[in-house]
Design a protein. Structure first.
Length: 230
């Protein structure tokens, strides 16, 4: 849900979109840092792209749950609408760094950080600094994990210039931290695919989340197999 700023950080439009539905084939992958039930641990931090919402992607219909199910992984999802590297979430004014500090995952095999469209109107230097602090916190909290950073994404329309400025800040911080960066804007994940966006014109529907899962699942699988290096 979009709403005007109400807390200490500017409230901007939340995340959106995905592309055509795809069928995923379950692939069981494991590493030594398994959860109590024997499967790998997948931790996800982010905004409404990952949390899902009324437009789609809640619970089992969200891309994190789909990816975890197909890889027999234990999902630890810590995401909230409105959150960003600098921008705070709608409900609790929490940033991505706050998410890690409040919900560390020492057993994680893979950590995915996805976002953030919500930072697009904020200073690039601040985004870069907070992203760097967040990756440092992840690497400290989850020392055995491979970190996969997915940059900010737009919906099916042409992304505004500030999105690319935000992307560049996140990419630079990821490079400095030595973690894998995936440029969803450059790869055009969501462009020109309105059928995957909810009726609000911003957030992905269930079909969109299924397609996001088809893009993200190989990244997580490769990370579990040790191929996800920067």
């Amino acid at each position: 849900m979009l709403r005007p700023p109400t807390t200490r950080r500017a409230r901007v439009a939340l995340v959106a979109g995905a592309v055509a539905a795809a069928v995923l084939v379950p692939v069981a992958v494991g590493r030594d840092g398994a959860s109590a039930d024997g499967g790998p641990v997948l931790a996800v931090y982010g905004d409404s792209y990952s949390a899902g919402g009324r437009q789609g992607g809640k619970g089992d219909d969200g891309w994190p749950a789909i990816v975890a199910d197909h890889l027999d992984a234990d999902l630890r999802l810590h995401a909230a609408g409105g959150a960003g590297y600098v921008n705070g979430s709608q409900a609790r004014d929490e940033t991505f760094l706050d998410q890690v500090q409040l919900h560390p995952e020492p057993q994680a095999d893979v950590v995915v950080v996805f976002g953030s469209r919500n930072d697009r109107e904020l200073p690039a230097a601040e985004i870069k600094a907070q992203a760097a602090a967040m990756y440092d916190a992840v690497q400290t909290a989850s020392p055995s994990a491979t970190v996969v950073v997915i940059g900010p994404q737009w919906d099916d329309d042409v992304a505004p210039r500030e999105m690319y400025v935000t992307r560049d800040a996140v990419r630079s911080a990821a490079a400095s931290a030595g973690v894998l960066f995936v440029d969803a804007l450059q790869e055009g994940w969501l462009f020109e695919r309105p059928q995957l966006i909810g009726t609000d014109g911003v957030h992905p529907n269930d079909v969109g989340h299924a397609y996001l899962a088809s893009l993200i699942e190989p990244l997580v699988r490769d990370a579990l197999l040790g191929a996800g290096t920067a």
